[in-house]
Design a protein around this ligand. Structure first.
Ligand code: FE2
Length: 541
């Protein structure tokens, strides 16, 4: 069966293609449109589809819209609150529902030739859940979706066995752990529905001294759900204006993070008690909180925790497609990689470089040549293979630097125009990871944090966060042979099995995706060299 998944309702529009139960392609619209998060998270934009991503998915598989057996749309308007005739009520909730109901017609326009009868709505949290339990390498698992909101709920706890899902609990809105974290994000002067990871980073600088107030407000209810009472944020710390943050703001971030983790632990314990499973599969925007994920892995009752790399709403495109493919009878092959986006042949890359009149070389051993630059403390734009699905750069669209120089965190933050408190992350060979890092390993998708072992802290200062942790990506040579060779070559020169890896983009812009984006970013930022496929572009001294 050929199933195209579509996420369009809230934000992070994306498309994914599943053919005969295998994930063939998946991409976020922002990588095409160059608009971060794809669209504004308002009801008015619900009709906007991931048109370019969807067309590309089909093109990649040489399919036409008419060849699709199903289109899976990750929202079920039938479950949404009844607008009751007033489209404007509740921040235009009725408009969102109306647009979602008409998705068939919008899809027919966007994908000419599509049979609108093949469009199926999939409940938002069922799609998130499927993106976890069907993509994870488990036959059976407990499933936790932790989100901002879906149709009427913000969370789902379930039990997945043999491809089917039994829903055990689902917390109704307005109670939402995702939305409370979003509120904190906005109060701390960051962009809601976008910059939650900055709150997580800021939390390491503070003490959770507002925890008692948050324990009052946010409570697990003992039946798999929770309640969130309105929080007087102002009474804890003043709202942040003009990026002026002080200790109170760091303490507030630390408190919100700590309370989130406590509640997640309660939810996980309840779910473990109900399912008795050893493995947990997670998705939903809150599951991108790698500090909370590590806390759950360490303190929680599950032996294994697997998180969908595109845990945010973009991942519901994949989840909806997997869910429908499974329902149509296809056996599902678990997710093997996030490298599901666009890629270019060597010839195509050569043509791009020639077209831009950028002099380049083709080293005999690219890994070795790039390692030499990194050893000399250069910053390298690394554009290799297919782009990543989800928010993390994992060695396909990355900026790489030397982990041994403590200034490199500031240098990369300056290149990218990011706040100075933001950490950058290490990549490390899987076989060497446990020597350097202590925490959930392997971690191929950077969804957990680890403690940097004391003997290594002074050796790789660029990647050690203020609290002594790092968010490592472990590299399996079988899955990522070129990155593995690069890491080995860097270690031969520097003695460090670790390289700094951050996303290849500048502040506020989506990650680079196509060769033009890479060349533009290289041209606009002080990057020492650009490794694009087998070609190496060196900035003239
Ligand atoms: Fe969601």
């Amino acid at each position: 069966m050929r199933v195209l998944g579509i996420n369009a309702v809230f934000h992070d529009p994306a498309a994914a293609l599943v053919v005969d139960g295998r994930i063939v392609a998946a991409a976020e619209e922002e990588r095409f449109s160059r608009r971060k998060h794809g669209k504004a998270p308002v009801a008015f934009s619900t009709w906007e589809l991931p048109e370019q991503a969807a067309r590309w998915c089909l093109e990649h598989a040489s399919l036409a819209p008419a060849d699709l057996d199903a289109v899976a749309y990750s929202y079920e308007p039938g479950l949404a609150p009844d607008p009751g005739g007033d489209l404007a009520a509740g921040e235009w909730e009725g408009l969102r529902t109306l647009y979602a109901r008409r998705a068939r017609l919008f899809l027919r326009t966007a994908l000419p030739g599509l049979d609108p009868a093949c469009v199926r709505h999939v409940a938002h949290h069922v799609a998130h859940a499927a993106s976890a339990y069907l993509a994870a390498p488990f036959e059976r698992a407990a499933v936790l979706v932790l989100d901002g909101r879906g149709e009427r709920a913000s969370h789902l706890a379930g039990h997945a066995v043999g491809g089917g899902l039994k829903v055990l609990a689902s917390q109704r809105l307005p109670h939402s752990l995702g939305l409370v974290y979003e509120e904190a994000t906005a109060h701390l002067g960051f962009r809601r529905s976008s910059d939650e990871y900055k709150v997580m980073a800021l939390a390491s600088y503070g003490r959770p001294r507002f925890l008692p107030a948050l324990r009052e407000a946010i409570r697990a209810t003992g039946d798999g759900g929770f309640t969130v009472a309105p929080i007087a944020w102002q009474s804890l710390a003043p709202p942040v204006r003009d990026e002026a943050r002080d200790e109170r703001h760091a303490d507030l971030a630390a408190s919100v993070q700590a309370r989130l983790q406590e509640v997640l632990l309660d939810l996980a314990r309840w779910l473990h008690g109900r399912t008795g499973e050893r493995a947990l599969a997670m998705a939903g925007g809150v599951a991108l909180n790698c500090v909370a994920n590590s806390f759950l892995a360490a303190q929680g009752p599950f032996e294994r925790v697997w998180v969908q790399p595109a845990a945010g709403d973009a991942g519901t495109a994949l989840g909806a497609a997997l869910h429908v493919a499974q329902r149509l009878g296809d056996p599902i092959t678990p997710m093997q990689t996030v490298a599901l986006g666009r890629g270019w042949s060597d010839d195509a890359l050569r043509a791009w470089l020639a077209g831009a009149a950028v002099p380049c070389e083709r080293p005999d051993d690219l890994a070795d040549a790039v390692a030499e630059i990194l050893a000399g403390n250069g910053v390298v734009g690394w554009f290799q293979g297919r782009s990543e699905y989800g928010p993390r750069a994992l060695g396909h669209r990355s900026l790489l630097a030397n982990a041994g120089d403590p200034d490199n965190v500031h240098r990369l933050n300056a290149i990218k125009g990011r706040e100075s408190f933001r950490p950058v992350a290490p990549m490390v060979l899987q076989a060497r990871a446990a020597e350097v890092f202590d925490g959930p390993l392997p971690s191929p998708y950077m969804l957990f944090t680890q403690r940097v072992r004391p003997a290594w802290r002074a050796r790789i200062p660029a990647v050690v966060h203020v609290d002594g942790t790092a968010r490592a990506q472990t590299v399996d040579p079988a899955a990522e042979p070129l990155v593995a060779r690069l890491l080995a070559a860097v270690e031969r020169r520097t003695g460090l099995p670790v390289v700094v890896n951050t996303s290849f983009n500048t502040a506020g812009r989506p990650m680079v995706d196509d060769p033009r984006d890479a060349l533009e970013c290289y041209g606009a930022a002080p990057i020492t060299a650009l490794a694009m496929g087998p070609f190496l572009v060196r900035r003239p001294r």
